[in-house]
Design a protein around this ligand. Structure first.
Ligand SMILES: NC(=O)c1ccc[n+]([C@@H]2O[C@H](COP(=O)([O-])OP(=O)(O)OC[C@H]3O[C@@H](n4cnc5c(N)ncnc54)[C@H](OP(=O)(O)O)[C@@H]3O)[C@@H](O)[C@H]2O)c1
Length: 341
């Protein structure tokens, strides 16, 4: 199994486990139990409000012994709600070692479980960023901030090209970067691309991962002003919603007045979108940057040199440097990933 998230292998497994189910309004959480030889003993994930938390799934599936290690993508809950306190349930088991994805920003937990478990003598390790990756909108939700989380994504060559006219292979980055892109798609409610990306690249916009390929996310095309070919493409792509600046009676064409970001954002909220991945080129990213919308930006950089292709707009790079922080740099074999937030 690949470990392309730069997390320990088992936390990667917990991430995939978490992403298997839509659990809104609860966070997606995955857990993995390993024995002392790092052999997998059990997997578990939360399946939605009112059902077992991932840790309880593990407790129900297997007998925990003291040299096992539990990997869980979010701090175990401190409180009892529709489910019991996972911290208490774990204290009642023989568990001694826990690796936690992120502190839970739900104020009912918010570090209290970690304190309690540590005071009881358990070894706790925290790996930051795991829950934020799986549930990009979770911290906002806990702050009662109803705004959509927008995530930008771009792939560039080492010499800053975002299209490849040298080669028939349209991919710029390597298979690890592509795998991570598919995992990223599984974390959001919707994905958006521009008109020319649809016409030139015809991306499937699905999730190609053996455990996650049944996940269906909303797909949006920022189409713009051009009315002539809308019918042809909207008919061919009935699974996608075309965002336009004109009226049209097709069911999957949505007129957004003036194509203003505020109107688009309002429309997406009406569609119950809490997080949107924007796989744009220069025009589309500039549209979102103009409204200062990005919470995260993933820049995948390959080691390939491309002679002929569109260059990544340096204004977007400057925007990222000046308005977000370069939070993590991850090696993906010969590619690198820069995560801004
Ligand atoms: N390397 C990568 O990661 C990557 C990712 C995505 C795309 N690309 C490449 O980059 C190229 C360009 O893609 P792109 O995403 O920049 O955009 P695009 O596919 O060219 O589409 C941009 C669309 O947005 C509309 N639009 C944007 N702002 C608008 C505004 N303010 N008002 C009205 N319409 C607006 C445009 O409509 P109008 O034309 O009517 O103005 C246009 O249809 C693609 O051909 C693709 O091959 C590369």
């Amino acid at each position: 199994m690949l470990n392309f998230l730069d997390y320990p292998e088992s936390m990667y497994l917990a991430v995939v486990e978490a992403l298997k189910c839509e659990t809104y309004p609860n966070p997606k959480v995955g857990a993995v139990l390993l024995d002392k030889d790092n052999k997998l003993k059990a997997l578990g994930h939360h399946k939605g409000k009112g059902t077992n938390h991932a840790e309880i799934e593990i407790l129900n599936k297997t007998n925990i012994v003291s040299d096992d290690t539990l990997y869980v993508s979010l701090e175990p809950c401190f409180h009892t709600d529709t489910s019991p306190s996972c911290a208490d349930e774990l204290l009642d088991s023989n568990l001694k070692n826990i690796v936690i994805g992120d502190i839970d920003t739900d104020l009912r937990t918010n570090g209290k479980s970690i304190n309690k478990l540590q005071k009881a003598g358990l070894n706790i390790t925290i790996i930051e960023g795991v829950n934020n990756f799986i549930n990009p909108n979770y911290n906002k939700k806990n702050l009662n901030d109803s705004s959509i989380t927008y995530i930008g994504k771009i792939a560039t060559s080492i010499n800053n090209k975002i299209t490849n006219n040298d080669d028939t292979d349209r991919y710029i980055t390597n298979s690890k970067s592509l795998q991570l892109t598919h995992l990223l798609r599984a974390t959001v409610d919707g994905i958006l691309i521009g008109k020319n990306t649809l016409i030139n690249d015809n991306p499937k916009l699905n999730i190609r991962h053996p455990s996650l390929n049944s996940i269906d996310i909303e797909k949006y095309i920022l189409w713009g002003n051009e009315e002539t070919e809308i019918r042809k493409y909207a008919e061919q792509h009935i699974d996608k919603i075309f965002i336009t600046n004109f009226d049209n009676n097709m069911v999957n064409v949505q007129n957004i007045e003036n194509l203003s970001f505020l109107n688009l954002d309002k429309f997406l909220k009406s569609q119950k979108i809490n997080s949107l991945l924007v796989e744009g080129g220069n025009t589309v990213h500039k549209y979102f940057i103009k409204s200062n919308s990005y919470d995260y930006f993933y820049k995948f950089i390959s080691n390939n040199h491309i002679n002929n292709g569109l260059s990544f707009d340096l204004d977007i790079d400057s925007y990222l440097e000046n308005n977000l922080s370069l939070n993590r740099k991850i090696r993906l074999n010969n590619n690198s990933l820069h995560i801004y937030n």
